[in-house]
Design a protein around this ligand. Structure first.
Ligand code: GAL
Length: 721
């Protein structure tokens, strides 16, 4: 009897360790929250504090739980929560934040850790968002501010229902060094965690639910979608104004100008105060720029110099370690936030600065605070590392929101929960191809990424880089070190100007694409895998050359489609890289047309195109509509009218919803915006006819004259040629 009792006791306790129950709660249509153990109070969602857009999520419809609940397993062991999520045999996995080299994540091992990107997709990156979607049409988000170890379909379990087969390497050619794994396993270093499941049914809808759950994407001020130049770090006030004038004289568009560290009296660590010799009259500068329709953006990193005016006041709130000898404010503490941001408000925002570039909130470990650092909030160094990018985005954007002014800035780290912040990620790494892969991946994880242009070895490379910048969330030259200007490579100066003007022409298209990000959660820049009609399995294996002496476990390498992406509702962008003259483009099913000529190019096939130096290849879906405006040198200001030229492509009727608001304030949150239906249909005589719906009274309407270009009608004047 005694032994039976002991046996039962042991079994009970083992069971306790073995099977922790995830408690599921349906928190919005198609979104479930599962909790296991004691989930930590400080997590990505509490750090970001964004509000779900429930009405928009509801419009995506009800859905059933997308996987077997019982197949999502959790165990709490030695202060860790071990999560296991199922994978079907052919299921493909995307996401986990800003990866630069890989799109397919199945079979990869990562430690999700906010860091400066170090050239390898190992989880250390500027935004290692713990969110993934699979080709089965659902998404998973782990709401933890810890470093997470992810085994994305690499481990093979003894108790698996679908175990890996034991094969004889000597005789069986199917033997592989990476046997089949039926699960994604994640180690969370905490005694519990929240897991969120997002239903599809498509991958895009799962991503949309995730984005809307985080408040939807930002709508930048209209000027944020114009062109931006970041000037040399030691520029002074007169040089800034001269540069602005030069843009104007030469006819290159410019909407905001960025000052790099030298605007401050001291930087690294920062005083956050103007340098009086270089910028004796900052308020006048801001005013002059405003008259020229230019907004000003200021570089900072958050680390406080002992010479900063608020250094002493903030003293109780510093972490134990410094960064470049600057104190690290614990920005999770409300009192610290108040003291810190007050000076930004008074000295920059109220005088009219339009935004910030918030640098170096990512890594490396040798620069940032080490994991042994302590913070007055009691949060672990790791938790602040994972969320510092979120905190600075949330708190700085609030300064502008309080003035009912939108901002659009740059940040070098973000994480899950940060979808709605008006910030674009950038970095120091400079591989053009990998920049495109990052842009593709950004769309899986609720991020915006800019492939900034800095300088180039050749004029051809400069133009190629510039072309992709124009088809990205922020069209930027970052000349902080090089002093480069758009016209610095005279052989391609005209082509560069045409590209910059194309960006401006497309402003109504970009603005509406961002409104879709905000109101529907559709990423403006996204992977082909999120596009209907894209055949998922066309990524091929290439055989690695077998050299067993070098690597006895060498496998075939998966070839990724990482050099083409979707931009807005109907454009497929296939960048050309320096040195290339031809490239292949994978067209999803459905007819596709050349953006510049309107000519039919193919349907559900791989085409080979010859590159033109002056164009970035872009293709339009059948029925696609692209509203253009005249190429102004600055984005239309508040309620400034602009005429529309609406392009229609292909043989099918088309539809587009054109978004409009005042372009600068948050009044759209109170309904002060308009959506207008653009329709193109074919009349009985075979002619195309376009119509645009009226605007409700009291709603913003900046559209002036509307003209139509039906690209399939050869006699039309093509405004893009
Ligand atoms: C780097 C940043 C660059 C530039 C520079 C200024 O960290 O990535 O874009 O701002 O700092 O020191």
């Amino acid at each position: 009897m005694k032994y039976l009792f002991l046996f039962c006791f042991l079994i009970f306790n083992i069971h306790q360790i073995d099977a922790q129950q995830l408690l599921w709660e349906n928190i919005a249509p198609g979104i479930w929250k599962g909790t296991v153990g004691e989930a930590e109070v400080y997590n990505l969602l509490t750090a970001a504090d964004s509000k779900p857009n429930i009405p928009a999520i509801s419009r995506l419809g009800q859905a059933t739980f997308p996987i077997e609940k019982a197949e999502i397993k959790a165990k709490i062991l030695d202060g860790n929560t071990l999560l296991q999520l199922p994978l079907e045999r052919e299921e493909q996995v995307f996401g986990f934040g800003l990866n630069f080299k890989t799109i397919h994540q199945r079979g990869r091992i990562m430690r999700l850790h906010v860091d400066h990107y170090g050239g390898q997709d190992n989880g250390r990156t500027h935004a290692p968002v713990p969110f993934y979607v699979t080709s089965s049409g659902y998404g998973v988000f782990i709401n933890s501010s810890r470093y997470l170890d992810v085994y994305a379909g690499t481990g093979s379990r003894l108790d698996s229902k679908n175990p890996a087969e034991a094969l004889d390497r000597n005789t069986n050619s199917d033997w592989t060094a990476s046997p089949y794994s039926d699960a994604i396993e994640i180690l969370v270093p905490a005694n519990g965690v929240e897991v969120y499941i997002f239903a599809g049914p498509s991958m895009l809808e799962a991503v949309q639910r995730f984005n809307l759950f985080n408040g939807g994407g930002p709508i930048p001020p209209r000027w944020g979608l114009g062109f931006t130049q970041r000037v040399h770090r030691l520029f002074d006030q007169d040089q800034v104004l001269a540069e602005v004038d030069e843009f104007e004289e030469k006819g290159y568009p410019l909407d905001f100008i960025g000052l790099e560290p030298g605007w401050q009296s001291k930087s690294y660590p920062n005083t956050f105060a103007w340098d009086e010799s270089r910028f004796p009259e900052p308020e006048k500068l801001i005013q002059k720029l405003k008259e020229k329709h230019i907004s000003l953006n200021l570089w900072i990193n958050p680390y406080v110099s002992p010479e900063a005016s608020f250094y002493e006041k903030l003293k109780p709130y510093y972490g134990s370690h410094t960064v470049w000898a600057g104190a690290v404010p614990d920005l999770s503490i409300p009192e610290a936030q108040k003291i810190y941001w007050e000076s930004f408000k008074k000295d920059h925002v109220l005088p009219g600065v339009g935004g910030y570039k918030i640098d170096e909130v990512d890594g490396y470990d040798r620069w940032l605070w080490p994991d042994v650092a302590q913070f007055p909030s009691g949060l672990a160094a790791e938790q602040l590392r994972q969320t510092y990018g979120l905190l600075v985005q949330k708190q700085s954007s609030k300064l502008f929101r309080e003035q009912n002014r939108r901002t659009y800035g740059l940040v070098r780290a973000s994480n899950g929960g940060g979808v709605s912040f008006p910030y674009v990620i950038y970095n120091d790494y400079y591989d053009h191809r990998d920049f495109i892969t990052a842009m593709i991946n950004s769309g899986f994880s609720g991020l915006l990424w800019t492939p900034e242009a800095r300088a180039s070895k050749t004029s051809e490379e400069w133009l190629r880089r510039f072309q992709t910048v124009v088809f990205s969330p922020m069209a930027m030259i970052n000349a902080w070190a090089s002093g480069t200007k758009p016209w610095s490579y005279p052989e391609v100066a005209t082509e560069i100007k045409d590209m910059a003007l194309l960006r401006m022409k497309m402003m109504p298209y970009w603005y509406s694409s961002f409104a879709l990000y905000h109101f529907e959660g559709i990423p403006p820049f996204r992977a082909m895998q999120l596009e209907k009609g894209f055949v998922l399995n066309n990524e091929r294996q290439t055989n690695a050359t077998s050299n067993l002496e070098d690597n006895p476990y060498q496998e075939a390498i998966k070839k990724e489609l990482n050099d083409q992406y979707m931009a807005g509702p109907s454009l497929l962008v296939a960048p050309i890289f320096a040195g290339e003259e031809v490239r292949k483009v994978v067209l999803p099913k459905g007819k596709w047309y050349d953006f510049y000529t309107g000519e039919y190019v193919g349907n559900g096939e791989v085409i080979t195109i010859n590159a033109r130096l002056d164009q970035i290849p872009v293709f339009v879906k059948d029925g696609g509509i692209v509203p253009l405006m005249e190429p102004m040198l600055h984005a239309p200001g508040k309620n400034q009218p602009y005429d529309l030229k609406i392009l229609h492509y292909g043989e099918s009727p088309g539809q587009f919803t054109l978004y409009d608001d005042d372009g600068i304030s948050y009044d759209y949150e109170n309904g002060h915006y308009s959506w207008r239906e653009i329709n193109v249909t074919r009349e009985s005589n075979g002619k195309w006819k376009g119509s645009i719906s009226a605007v409700y009274a009291e709603k913003p309407n900046n559209v002036g004259k509307v003209t139509w270009v039906f690209m399939s009608e050869k006699e039309n004047q093509n405004p893009l040629k």
